[in-house]
Write a protein that binds this ligand. Structure first.
Ligand SMILES: Nc1ncnc2c1ncn2[C@@H]1O[C@H](COP(=O)(O)OP(=O)(O)OP(=O)(O)O)[C@@H](O)[C@H]1O
Ligand SMILES: [Mg+2]
Length: 510
């Protein structure tokens, strides 16, 4: 296998070749001598588990990080980048896995941040910047005013802005590290159209995604990284999904089946709830849903169906315009977030990067953070016990880290997501809400997270999780609720088919 990888295809014009790239962070060997090629006008996808080294390799190619050893040639000439600006001047740009936008600035100012256009007199040409931003939004088929502050956009739209910024650079090599993690199916389609156009213009793309099926649709070359080593390479026409999974993790995973249904009383009752957006339009409309203790409910819906708004309102992060939230028979609609957590209702949010983690703290501190305050003290009676909980969480969701004291920023993107999940689970909830729990995590970790949900449900916890991947509905859920335009459009048992779920959501099936 490594021989195949070492001879990564030479057909077609190679624009960039990286040889023997190694990168260490202290004692962590993130890359151990990787050979990697990028072909003109083609898409190369990097597959690999969380922490395999994908982002590290891409950061080296785009000038964010310097390699510990190894060399890079561009058009056959050796090259070194001291920073991203230099890489950009050579036509290489990157869309980062973690959004790097300034939330309080407008879409326009984010797109041109650090590369402002100027008029002949030398002042910033805001009008031209706005015009170009508008064109980019049109190309990406997104109805966003260039002057909107980024913080007012939903996560998927922020990702679109990130993509627009990279497109505005007119690069020859465009690296996309998990560009679609928060995009709707329709937005992914548009992005793929853009990628096809870029290819036709000779632009090379490197693509990284944990949505394996989706990546297969767009890629020409597939590369698998495992523990900092390239373990497999193939051309698209020679592989299928099974090949990727086998090479990524060495075995095939399924996402489990519903645990034995031993339901107790109604644990959480969402009663005729409406949730408005900033302008007062209801994103969730008069919606009712109950979950019993021991029951797992999956909410499926397209992006924009109101899933996130529903879960955030139930957790106390958004206001209701009507209805009640009842936990264990008690109306908790008037309570704040912390009080809801204390009573056993926790949310694992969609935007875990922003909401779930404190970047300056260690892995361990983040794991125990949710339970800060009186609650923590009751939960962790001693530092020793707390450390045990942290170590158990690291072990449980397979967080790849050098230990509980490592800074959170040193973890790979997917492993940071796992910290948030581990953290919330450590609070012993009665009801847990998970908004897209599988986003950004590898297939092995997905199976692990669903197993954890099944175990918690067997122990009497009521679980509601949302997903926009229809395959994930058919895992551990006892009941599948399909949301469409703020309402429940259909409800199914676990024996439903993917087609039935998609039809109820309003999704076209091909
Ligand atoms: N700044 C850093 N300091 C210390 N260790 C780091 C740093 N950046 C990355 N690492 C480590 O290098 C390894 C590879 O991380 P990388 O981010 O490249 O993984 P990845 O393949 O992109 O994973 P994911 O799918 O989760 O995004 C991990 O073990 C990670 O903890
Ligand atoms: Mg990564």
């Amino acid at each position: 296998m490594s021989i195949a990888a070492a001879h990564q295809d030479d057909s077609g014009e190679v624009v960039l070749a990286a040889r023997n790239i190694a990168k260490s962070f202290g004692s962590v060997h993130a890359l151990k001598g990787v050979n990697f090629k990028i072909h003109r006008g083609q898409v190369t996808t990097l597959f690999g588990e969380n922490g395999a080294g994908k982002s590290t390799l891409m950061k080296i190619l785009s000038g964010v990080l310097a390699p510990s050893s190894g060399d890079i040639t561009l058009d056959g000439a050796p090259i070194e980048f001291s920073d991203t600006i230099e890489a950009r001047e050579h036509g290489i740009s990157i869309i980062h896995q973690e959004l790097s936008l300034a939330p309080n600035l407008s879409v326009r100012d984010n797109v041109f941040m650090g590369r402002e256009l100027t008029t002949r007199t030398g002042s910033v040409d805001y009008a031209e910047e706005a015009r170009q931003t508008q064109l980019l939004m049109e190309e990406l088929e997104e109805d966003i005013d260039p002057l909107t502050p980024v913080e007012e956009l939903r996560l998927g739209q922020q990702q679109i802005v990130e993509i627009a910024r990279a497109l505005s650079i007119n690069s020859r090599i465009l690296i996309m590290d998990e560009p679609t993690s928060a995009l709707s199916a329709a937005e992914v389609e548009v992005l793929f159209k853009v990628i096809r156009d870029l290819k036709a213009r000779g632009v090379s793309i490197v693509y990284i995604s944990h949505h394996l099926e989706e990546a297969l649709q767009i890629t020409d070359h597939a590369v698998v990284l495992r523990d900092g080593v390239m373990t497999a390479y193939a051309r698209r026409e020679d592989i299928d999904l099974e090949w990727i999974v086998r090479n990524m993790v060495g075995e095939n995973f399924d996402l489990g089946s519903p645990p034995e249904a031993q339901f107790g009383d109604v644990a959480l009752s969402i009663d005729s709830v409406s949730v408005p957006d900033a302008s007062g339009v209801d994103l969730v409309r008069d919606l009712s849903l109950e979950v019993r203790s021991g029951e797992i409910v999956c909410i499926y819906g397209l992006m924009g169906a109101g899933r996130t708004e529903l879960l955030e309102a139930v957790a106390g992060r958004l206001n209701l315009t009507g209805g009640r939230v009842v936990l264990d028979g008690e109306d908790i609609s008037h309570l704040g977030i912390a009080e809801r957590i204390r009573r056993g209702l926790v949310l694992i949010p969609e935007d875990r990067q922003r909401d779930g983690l404190v970047q300056t703290m260690s892995v361990g501190q983040n794991l125990s953070l949710a339970s800060i305050g009186a609650f923590t003290r009751a939960l962790f009676t001693s530092p020793k016990l707390e450390n045990e909980v942290i170590d158990e969480s690291i072990d449980r969701v397979h967080i790849k880290t050098s230990g509980g004291s490592a800074p959170i920023g040193s973890l790979s993107g997917g492993n940071q997501q796992k910290v948030v999940i581990g953290k919330m689970m450590a609070t012993h909830p009665k009801v847990v809400l998970l908004d897209e729990p599988s986003r950004g995590i590898d297939i092995g970790a997905k199976a692990e997270v669903f197993k954890l949900l099944a175990e918690r449900a067997s122990g009497g916890v009521g679980v509601i999780y949302s997903t926009s991947e229809v395959g994930e509905c058919l895992s551990v859920a006892h009941r599948i609720v399909v949301m469409r335009r703020g309402r429940i459009a259909a409800e199914f048992g676990p024996d439903v088919t993917k087609a039935q779920i998609m039809a109820a959501s309003g999704e076209a099936i091909d």
